[in-house]
Design a protein around this ligand. Sequence first.
Ligand SMILES: NC(=O)C1=CN([C@@H]2O[C@H](COP(=O)(O)OP(=O)(O)OC[C@H]3O[C@@H](n4cnc5c(N)ncnc54)[C@H](OP(=O)(O)O)[C@@H]3O)[C@@H](O)[C@H]2O)C=CC1
Ligand SMILES: O=C(O)C1=N[C@H](C(=O)O)C[C@H](O)C1
Length: 278
Amino acid sequence: MTNQAPIPVIVNGAAGKMGREVIKAVSQAPDLNLMGAIDTSPEHQGKDAGELAGLTEPLEVPITNQLEPMLGYVAGERQLPPGVIVDFTHPNSVYDNIRSAIAYGIRPVVGTTGLSPEQIQNLADFAEKASTGCLIIPNFSIGMVLLQQAAVTASQYFDHVEIIELHHNQKADAPSGTAIQTAQLLAEVGKTFNPTLVEETEKLAGARGSLAEEGIRIHSVRLPGLIAHQEVIFGAPGQIYTLRHDTSDRSCYMPGVLLAIRKVLQLKSLVYGLEKIL
Ligand SMILES: NC(=O)C1=CN([C@@H]2O[C@H](COP(=O)(O)OP(=O)(O)OC[C@H]3O[C@@H](n4cnc5c(N)ncnc54)[C@H](OP(=O)(O)O)[C@@H]3O)[C@@H](O)[C@H]2O)C=CC1
Ligand SMILES: O=C(O)C1=N[C@H](C(=O)O)C[C@H](O)C1
């Protein structure tokens, strides 16, 4: 048992699909203290974060769009452990959100996807200079980490691979952050995949998907009824090897989110990927 005060946590994107799950998970963790719930959505301003997340009791934490004042408030609570902000907002705002948090000494745990490699590098430089931990995790589910590890193993034996990611049709970015990370991990194996055998013509633009590193193709499907799914398909003469991960409930991400909140306090720089903190 430790007598340390609970870790102050702010949730950004608190009214969204992921934000509500995080509010529930954080409020049920005895070593974490939900201090702020940020969301720009006009219809949710002033609502209780707990009631919005479906909890039976209010948490007495109102949704507000005042990010900087909240960062300043938590940073000013010097008797508490350093604060953490969990970001599940939008690709358009996540970069600025992370910079603001680091500037206040609040540690970002970021699930929002859509950051460019240049933005991630800028944030890594900024976190390094500030000696502040920051975690960017394209996928918080353990199943996806295992799929990626299996894919890296398989990629040593197969020269042909394509990725299909399938998501709900409210997703803003494509391809998914997870698919991009999966392609990066395969590319790090150090070979070029999918040597061309014939000259291909796309009769409809995009028919062959997007071209990631080392010849790896990513195909994005968006449909109502889906949550988050990914296939990595390896091919060789006479055989197909398919790895697939399916999300049926967003609660699958919460063990990873809680782990990241606790781990980010031990870091002094930016770390990318759940596998690095397991
Ligand atoms: N890393 C992972 O494991 C996972 C990552 N994600 C990623 O998380 C992100 C959020 O996903 P999801 O919860 O499904 O999306 P939602 O659209 O359901 O939720 C996002 C919420 O953030 C609000 N918002 C938008 N911009 C801002 C801002 N600048 N400041 C504060 N709040 C803002 C939105 O308001 P409004 O609706 O009014 O715009 C909305 O309420 C996406 O990038 C998604 O890809 C999702 C699942 C797992
Ligand atoms: O938008 C989502 O839902 C998800 N986004 C992340 C991504 O882009 O990879 C993680 C997961 O796929 C769910």
